[in-house]
Write a protein that binds this ligand. Sequence first.
Ligand code: BGC
Length: 755
Amino acid sequence: MLRSSCLLVSCIILLVWTLPASSQQQLSDSEIEQRVNALLQQMTLEEKAGQLNQMPDKNAKTMEMIKQGKVGSLLGVLGVKEVNEAQHAAVDGSRLKIPLIFGYDVIHGYRTIFPAPLASAGSFDPQLIEQSERVAAKEATASGVKWTFAPMVDIARDPRWGRIVEGAGEDPYLGSVVAMARVRGFQGSNMADPQSVVASAKHFVGYGAVEGGRDYNTAEMSEQLLREVYLPPFRAAVDAGVGTLMSAFNDLNGIPASANHHTLTDILHGEWKFNGFVVSDYDSVHELIPHGTAADDSQASLEALTAGVDMDMADSDYVRYVPELVKSGKLPESVVDEAVRRVLRVKFKAGLFEHPYADPNREKTDILTPESLQTERKMAQESMVLLQNNHDLLPLKKDQTIAVIGPLADDKASQLGAWAGNGQAKDAVTPLEGIAAKLGKGHVLYAKGVDIQPFERGLAAGVAAPAPPSATGVAGVEASNKPASIEDAVSAAKKADTVILFVGELAGMTGEASSRASLDLPGDQMKLIQAVLATKKPTVLVLESGRPQNISWAPEHIPAIIQAWYLGVQSGNAIADVLFGDASPSGRLPLSWPRAVGQIPVYYNHKATGRPSAPDRWHTGYLDLSSEPLYPFGYGLTYTKFKYGSLKANSTISKDGTVHVSAEIENTGKREGTEVVQLYVHDRVAPTSRPVRELKGFERITLAPGEHKTVNFTVRANDLGSYDPEMHWIVPLGTYDVWVAPDSASGVAGTFEVQ
Ligand code: BGC
């Protein structure tokens, strides 16, 4: 029996290996199922558990485990040599020769670091986002990575949460469009393409709703909120063919997300028919113990695997406990088999059986190419949001002396942002470098002004301390070896025609384990800003941060404000392009910008309440502050002006019909500009209360001065629906409000009926 099984396996392997090396053909689904099942039949219980085990590094012990068939995946192993060495151990050294899949966090680029995901989401440009992820996939695969732990599609309404920077912001529609674009970019049309990576939508689910914005915290929400706000981007990723999902760290309504059968099995496989696999987050199987739903690692493994977590990241629980759980009768082997099937299916789809090894030739040619840098520069230009531009201060003239001031002006690491893949600070162009390159020698003065000191807890988490004072490397820029001082900043400002201030957060203050209780600019940056503003020089404020900062004071005191987030390796060039008019700002806010921490959560798609917001005290609101955000979701200015008019919508549609909405947009300014035209809808009467507005479409249009365009939107009535109290999707009949708008708080309005 054993001999004939081995023979069958050898035949399969031989068959697979005789395919031409260049073949990128994806196997058909039925071929994959046959091969998966044939392989599964040959596997011992230990080998099955091995496929469900992802180890966090490559060392002598893991190499031995790989040969014993006890590892299905490695995390964080980079470089063709390392990857191929480990792959040899699996393919040549293990009994069943099942290839490993190499995973890594390619969150916004591998080596060519792109804008932080929150920033690029604000471009509202899914094509360019997809193109960026293609670059990331090409670079990652050149280095042997075949699986990225991205896109992060967690909806987040709380900027205190440091991981808000990794996602697409607060809106489920934008989040879904962006999720699909990223999945398409990473996976291409075929996961088996040597330049494609398998994507992983994370963190499933509710992680963005952690209470108080504290990372890893509990999330409590109604089933309706879960289904209408937090699940849609995951559903979109699944519909786009995402290969894997990652289960989250948080507790969701009393059941940890990594042991949540309702979300991981009932919804994901039952309702959505997902047939890829779910990997746990780092140690999140083991963490069921501190969560308090498992007494030990064996019980944690049982809970997680039964709930639907197929692969266990980092804590080795499955490989240690699954065989004995099956032998003791606690865990049906069929559950293990199903998980193994899902893992093998993805490995087949990814072409790993045909092409297990990384190509040694691409590492030198495919990384940081001029084309990749060009795509990144464009993505960075499109990600910036112009928040204010009084008296058209921007774009700036090039023939003037500029004082570049601030702790982030020449900080390379912070241009990259958190989770910067295999990015290297040395690759980053800082704003100071970008501006100096554009204006030429002698036009730029520089002063750091102040250092940003990492928070004490952040230091322990590895946030880099500020670099020691040093001369800037920018030729022709007046440099100083003295410690950063506000006096130097003031003196540079006085000598300049215009000041550009670069303030914000160090990249390490955002991302995982980087929640903040305050959104104030850290350290002495406000003192620096006040001292510089006292010089009365025209000043532009450029914010580099992973979340909105508290700038409620700024609109009154600073004529021009740009939110630049973290823009990646071409950051400084892209910022200079926009500041000096070689590119126009076209990004929009993917979230509502709070006036104060006390307003959080503040998001545009809130409910009306029984006493909708109004100035008097007996309506929802605060006594001491407006409940409106400082800037609404979708907001962003351009260097020109757009007029919205002539909204048209078909007056009546049926439940299975389609609504066509159009509006006339005109560039009434003096420069060409790109507008993000947004479509919002509100269902007036439904069985459950509906958000005051919901984004249902958008389009980027570029118009010359005086040019106008009719922008058309088509929405299926079904996409206007909502869940009834029994959680059935329905399309309520009646009147719907509709807006075509430059942001979530304005626009031209109309109505239509669903009958
Ligand atoms: C993060 C994940 C990440 C994983 C692997 C975890 O700490 O939550 O987002 O993919 O580490 O690096």
